[in-house]
Ligand binder design. Structure first.
Ligand code: PEP
Ligand code: MN
Length: 367
């Protein structure tokens, strides 16, 4: 059960003290207080965990400072959409706001290789008015002999270049808890020229200890990729792990699922799940067309499959697009075959805008 308190409730005030005193007296019920600081008001939610079946919604709504009560189903207590009126979970990272109402493109390198390539990528993004990118420093690879990413060594220069080109948020995968500290230290040492959205890759979707560690920190939002060989429900539970540890700045990423039914694509594109994730949860939904499609296939209409897949996600209401680009894909150390070229950035972004406009028109049509 979630108690949504009146906006700007004073947590030191008498009303809140009486509310908490009452809640603490309930047998087998634990409370967890969560505050969301918006631009104009502070919203407080109190999560009641445990034996809440016997509590009545009316009784709880009559308690001091409580504005509304939502009875949640057992699953996805924090990220779940238990009630259609509940606002989507929204957060702002270094001036960029994410929610189920926004759309941001994170075009960039699958893996950081050279400063020249990072700089060329960021310069191209700035020229297109983009403030987000993807830059992999820690790469989980199938083969132990494949390039594992530059790791912590590249972080200072990647962050400094991001600052130079006005990049506000970088999506960056972490495969170990220690990477979170390395990223935090490098941001501090370079004076926070940019911000990082931590990414949990599909190979770690159910690495529960990593999820707990990343969920315990609140300074960086987290993009969780769905597991490529597990059900959607299992992946959504993984996202709930992050939120249950206290970090509600979560984005859920679709990236295709592993099956030969998807051939010749690298994975079977699963973007029909965009509306499903939006219905079941309140978190923004990302699509990764690059790791879904996995190659520069081009249809009979001349359009790249990666672009087609992107648009399928956006037209269905996706809130973020994570996509691989590279100035010289033939030299890329990871996933070169699926990278788009820098001169494809402008048409790609225009295509995304067309699809977004269509989605907004669809909202009016059906609304
Ligand atoms: C990536 O985005 O670089 C990546 C490795 O993706 P995934 O975890 O979806 O394979
Ligand atoms: Mn990749």
């Amino acid at each position: 059960m979630i108690l949504i308190l009146e906006p700007n409730t004073d947590l030191e005030g008498e009303g809140h003290r009486r509310l908490m005193q009452y809640l603490e007296s309930l047998p087998n019920v634990q409370t967890r207080v969560h505050q969301v600081k918006g631009a104009e008001q502070v919203l407080t939610e109190v999560y009641l965990i445990g034996d809440t079946k016997s509590l009545s919604v009316e009784d709880m709504a009559a308690l001091p400072t409580v504005e509304r009560v939502v009875r949640v189903s057992e699953e996805y207590r924090v990220i779940g959409r238990h009630d259609t009126d509940q606002p989507s979970l929204s957060f702002t990272c270094n001036g960029v706001t994410f929610s189920q109402d926004h759309l941001h493109v994170f075009a960039g390198l699958c893996a950081v290789d050279t400063p020249e390539h990072v700089e060329q990528m960021m310069r191209a993004l700035q020229a297109e008015g983009q403030v987000c990118t993807r830059m992999g420093a820690y790469k989980p690879r199938t083969s132990p002999y494949a390039f594992q990413g530059h790791g912590r060594d590249c972080l200072p220069w990647v962050f400094e270049l991001a600052g130079k080109y006005g990049i506000r948020v970088i999506a960056m995968e972490v495969t170990h808890e220690a990477h979170v500290d390395e990223i935090r230290e490098a941001l501090e040492r370079t004076g926070h020229p940019t911000a990082v959205m931590l990414q949990i890759g599909t190979r770690n979707t159910q690495n529960f200890e990593l999820l707990k560690a990343v969920g315990r920190q609140r300074d960086m939002p987290v993009l969780l990729k769905r597991g490529f060989g597990i059900t959607l429900e299992e992946s959504l539970n993984a996202a709930e792990y992050l939120a249950s540890e206290g970090n509600h700045q979560v984005i859920f990423g679709l990236r295709g699922v592993k099956t030969h039914m998807g051939d010749p694509h690298r994975n079977l594109v699963d973007f029909a799940h965009v509306p499903v994730v939006r219905r079941l949860t309140r978190v923004p939904v990302c699509v990764d067309p690059s790791h879904s499609v996995g190659g520069r296939f081009r249809s009979s209409d001349g359009i790249l499959d990666v672009a087609h897949a992107t648009i399928q996600g956006v037209v269905a209401g996706a809130n973020m697009v994570l996509v691989d680009f590279h100035p010289h894909p033939e030299t890329a150390l990871v996933d070169g075959p699926q990278a788009l070229l820098l001169d494809e950035l402008a048409p790609f972004l225009q295509d995304v805008s067309l699809a977004r406009e269509t989605y907004l028109k669809r909202l009016e049509l059906w609304g």
